[in-house]
Design a protein around this ligand. Structure first.
Ligand SMILES: CC(C)(COP(=O)(O)OP(=O)(O)OC[C@H]1O[C@@H](n2cnc3c(N)ncnc32)[C@H](O)[C@@H]1OP(=O)(O)O)[C@@H](O)C(=O)NCCC(=O)NCCS
Length: 172
């Protein structure tokens, strides 16, 4: 397959994650992160008990990516806790679609902005966040288990009523 074809956009359907997605979420996590991974127990807590929203991107009946957003009653920041796309589906718009859906869900919950941390060596993710309108506002040394530095990004949310994440479709 040519590079051009491999990067053709894919149509993804974004929906709320359910317990039945746990295996798919773990597979994505294992493929995306070498360390500091979310385990089954943590995913289950995020799905069932946390003040959080986990969305998955489906294509042709398969879960290709997920995003998990944390909310706080104390303030109005939403926070991208984790986002990952299957290696075979990257570069085709799924990450952008997940980010947009996470922002819409946070906006619907009246959050003022979205924040996130990213490893300063994660060039792909940093490029995605910048392209989607995030700006860096802080750096944190020794943030990751291997002592890596985190960049903190934020994006204001528009406060306009947007559609809920469930039923969102993205793609050409
Ligand atoms: C970061 C990550 C989630 C991005 O997901 P993705 O699905 O590849 O993101 P997108 O496809 O929407 O955008 C990424 C690239 O694809 C390109 N792209 C986006 N939509 C496209 C489309 N419709 N057609 C072709 N290319 C497209 C973008 O221009 C971007 O290219 P570039 O940044 O290389 O210039 C993914 O790389 C990943 O899972 N990485 C491992 C886990 C990780 O690092 N998570 C972030 C932790 S902070």
């Amino acid at each position: 397959m040519s590079e051009q074809l491999a990067r053709e956009p894919i149509q993804v359907h974004i929906r709320a994650a359910r317990q039945g997605d746990l295996d798919a979420l773990l597979t994505l996590e294992t493929g995306a992160f070498a360390q500091d991974r979310l385990n089954r127990r943590r995913f289950r807590y995020l799905l069932l008990h946390a003040n959080a929203c986990t969305l998955v991107a489906e294509n042709e009946g398969c879960v290709r990516g997920y995003v998990c957003v944390l909310f706080s009653r104390a303030h109005l920041h939403a926070r991208i806790y984790s986002i990952a796309v299957d290696a075979h589906a990257r570069g085709r718009g799924a990450g952008t679609a997940l980010l947009a859906a996470a922002e819409a869900e946070s906006n619907a919950r009246r959050c003022r902005d979205m924040r996130l941390e990213v490893h300063d060596r994660n060039a792909k993710a940093i490029a995605l966040y910048r392209r989607c309108g995030y700006r860096m506002f802080a750096e944190v040394d020794d943030y990751y288990p291997e002592h890596g530095r985190a960049l903190r990004f934020e994006k204001p949310l528009p406060h306009a009523p947007l559609r809920a994440a469930s039923g969102w479709s993205h793609g050409p």
